[in-house]
Design a protein around this ligand. Structure first.
Ligand code: GLN
Length: 391
């Protein structure tokens, strides 16, 4: 039969997160796959959304977002990082960071432009680079350390490079890029006059003594960095899909020009609630990070006891383990067998690489989410401890 779907969808299947959550639902397995918390954010913030729903915030919000939220986002950037923004021209509300990524790439990348992207990459990055007609040039964060190699970054840049797509704290590896690593990105960006789009949705979810440094705060970077974040991870409202983009007016404007044709505008009643979260619950994300750190430690210890030798993440919701000693041909095979073997779902890292068989890449790596209640983590660990996990 004639191919009905557009060529741009060739090679783009169902996102692994949908696939794995469906697998968990079908098998009744404990879902440590898709990264969403099983406890909602502050009740007062939910109450604010209810009030908004009941008091007329039910028609289109302004395209760039309601002024109150744009101002709250600007205050957030000021309070945490000393970044000064004009909420009228330098802040846009998006439908989650995922729309921010889509609008940024559609607004900034021409067909044939190269996009340098950290690998393993979040799958929407590659889909949207493809939709924009761009060509991805991955720079791999290699196991076991998952650090950014400045030489590899430099080697990935060519005269056709348009932008660098960064993500720190990094999903799925849990790497928090150091100031020195970010300086190497800044040096390359300035030298080659590149834009950097940086996904910082896990900005507050960092552990131990690690610190999130926004790339936009480095010398020479404010004028070329488009920063994306969201309320989903910082406030445990992943289903609200409220994110934002901040940066220099021309870059934010390009994103907005594309965004207006994607969703036009984002969910009106949730915007005042997110403004309340940012202004009145400014400590919530740090408390969440402390609680996540405990759950990270619990998961990491338990995975170790189950023979899975985890890498300890510096930030995010996720820990990664190497499974090469178990004899599976791939992390995908392992993850598909896991519900039956152990009643648990995890995410195979191999789907986030151009070449998962390269040294230090993801054919044998598996991601486990710890943004779950302690009892859920314990149940998963109990199941894993009693299971035969070898191929
Ligand atoms: N960010 C979440 C994760 O990495 C998933 C988000 C999604 O499913 N699009 O698990």
């Amino acid at each position: 039969m004639t191919q009905r779907s557009a060529r741009r969808l060739d090679g783009i299947g169902t996102t692994i997160f949908t696939e794995m959550s469906a697998l968990a639902a079908r098998t009744g397995a404990v879902n440590l796959g898709q990264g969403f918390p099983d406890r909602d954010g502050p009740p007062e913030v939910i109450a604010r959304a209810v009030t908004a729903l009941q008091s007329g915030a039910n028609q289109y919000a302004p395209g760039p977002g309601i002024p109150a939220l744009r101002q709250a986002i600007a205050r957030h950037q000021q309070r945490h990082y000393g970044i000064e923004l004009d909420p009228g021209r330098q802040v846009v509300v998006t439908t989650g960071c995922t729309e921010g990524i889509a609008a940024a790439l559609l607004g900034l990348v021409d067909p044939g432009d190269e996009v340098v992207v950290l690998e393993p990459y979040y799958d929407s990055y590659t889909a949207m680079i493809t939709f924009a007609g761009g060509v991805r040039r991955p720079v791999t964060l290699r196991a076991p350390d998952f650090r950014l190699d400045p030489d590899a970054l430099r080697a990935a840049v060519s005269p056709r490079t348009k932008l660098i797509l960064l993500n720190s704290p990094h999903n799925p590896t849990g790497t928090v890029l150091t100031r020195a690593e970010l300086e190497s990105v800044a040096a390359v960006a300035v030298e080659h006059d590149l834009v950097v789009v940086t996904d910082e949705v896990y900005e507050h979810l960092v552990f131990d003594d690690h610190q999130h440094v926004p790339l936009a705060t480095l010398p020479g970077m404010a004028e070329r960095t488009l920063t994306l974040s969201s309320a989903g991870k910082s406030y445990s409202f992943t289903g609200w899909k409220v994110g934002w983009a901040t940066g220099p007016a021309p870059l934010v404007g390009a994103l907005l020009a594309a965004k207006q044709w994607l969703t036009f505008t984002s969910g009106a009643p949730l915007q005042p609630a997110v403004a309340t979260a940012l202004d009145e619950h400014a400590d919530y994300p740090a408390d969440l990070a402390r609680s996540l750190q405990e759950r990270r430690d619990r998961l990491v210890a338990g995975l170790g006891e189950a023979g899975l030798t985890p890498y300890v993440p510096q930030g995010t919701y996720f820990a990664t383990t190497d499974i090469s000693h178990l004899g599976w041909a791939s992390s995908r095979d392992f993850c598909w067998a896991l519900p039956e073997r152990a009643g648990v779902v995890a995410v195979p890292l191999e789907v986030f690489y151009d070449d998962p068989d390269a040294p230090g890449a993801g054919r044998q790596l598996v991601r486990w989410a710890f943004c779950k209640e302690v009892e859920v983590i314990d149940e998963a660990l109990h199941r894993l401890a009693g299971a035969d996990l070898s191929a």
